[in-house]
Design a protein. Structure first.
Length: 142
């Protein structure tokens, strides 16, 4: 079996490449943040007051480990948890001012590093790949 012809194998390798580029750029900039943490911050910036489960769903992350992600963001002073008044078992999440400032600083860096994830593809090829990936994610395949 030739793994280089299997989409799952190639997607895993591309994910590793993406993660490596993100981490290298964050480290070079003096930032201690993962791509999942960035996605959570970005989601909370446009959707203040979400609970952890909803954040996990919106960033396509598993509910079992999103708590650890949020806890690290809270420890860094980027997010606060407030008890939900309607459901005392749940917590609403909000960005702190420090979280908002960091996000604004990181967004241009994250946008710039995208080209380094697919460096051998032309702009048209990158756009085509993004379109095809989005289409594949809309399928009902499980």
């Amino acid at each position: 079996m030739d793994l280089s012809n299997l989409p799952g194998h190639l997607i895993r390798k591309l994910h590793q490449q993406s993660t490596s580029v993100f981490q290298d750029r964050m480290k070079a900039g003096g930032f201690d943040l993962t791509s999942v943490q960035f996605a959570a911050l970005n989601t909370l910036d446009t959707n203040e007051g979400l609970d952890q489960a909803t954040v996990a769903q919106r960033i396509a992350y598993d509910r079992a480990t999103i708590g650890a992600v949020i806890k690290r963001l809270e420890q860094k002073g980027l997010v606060v948890r407030r008890r939900d008044q309607a459901d005392r078992r749940a917590f609403k999440l909000e960005l702190t001012e420090q979280g908002k400032a960091l996000l604004e600083e990181l967004r241009p860096i994250v946008l710039t590093l995208q080209a380094n994830i697919l460096p051998t593809l032309s702009e048209l090829e990158q756009a085509t790949l993004l379109e095809l990936m989005a289409k594949a994610l809309k399928s009902k395949a499980v």
